[in-house]
Design a protein around this ligand. Structure first.
Ligand SMILES: [Zn+2]
Length: 187
């Protein structure tokens, strides 16, 4: 373990420093991705407000979304019941690649299995995978939903989300290193 890290160029002063250097490369994307997710959540609130809608809030509004689809999972069609409750799924995922917003028209009712399996990627492909022969009908229903909610952000926020990702990563790492510098002599 130690020799593997040393060969990547870390200066080994003591065991603590080796551990610190090994952990950091994973931490930065975690912080940056979380910030982008929060950004897309808050952008969704702003987008709802700009469209004159009350910002989407669970559980108050989820029932309205479920009512639109009836009782089945919007992807696979399984019927919800007391043992299979629907969960909120972002139709377009809220990450820096897909850039979905937490807003009316991008939150749909899914079963737990579909929610866990969907991850990133295009919802049209996922419906084909999950709905089989019913895919065309389910695509149509989803398009009706998006259109009824008027979900179609015009502004391309990919560049801004990318900037935020880089900046938050830089700031977090600068702060973390400054804190370590402050305390390390006293260790
Ligand atoms: Zn499902």
């Amino acid at each position: 373990m130690i020799s593997a890290i040393a060969s990547q160029g870390a200066t080994r002063v003591g065991a603590r420093q080796v551990k610190y250097r090994a952990v950091m490369p994973r931490g930065r994307p975690d912080i940056a991705n979380t910030s982008v997710r929060i950004f897309l959540h808050e952008m969704g609130v702003a987008y709802d407000e700009e469209r004159g809608k009350e910002p989407y809030k669970k559980p108050k509004h989820f029932q309205q979304v479920q009512d639109f689809f009836g009782n089945p999972c919007c992807y696979c069609g399984v019927e919800f019941s007391t043992t299979e409750a629907p969960v909120e799924d972002h139709l377009i995922p809220t990450n820096k690649t897909d850039l979905g917003l937490h807003a009316w028209g991008n939150i749909v009712p899914a079963c737990r299995e579909c929610n866990a399996k969907k991850q990133g990627g295009d919802w049209r492909d996922f419906i084909i995978e999950r709905a089989g022969v019913d895919a065309a009908e389910r695509h149509a229903r989803m398009r009706e939903f998006i259109s009824a909610q008027g979900y179609a952000p015009k502004q391309d926020i990919g560049e801004i989300a990318g900037e935020l990702y880089d900046e938050v990563g830089d700031i977090a790492m600068t702060l973390i290193r400054a804190k370590i510098k402050r305390v390390r002599e006293k260790l």
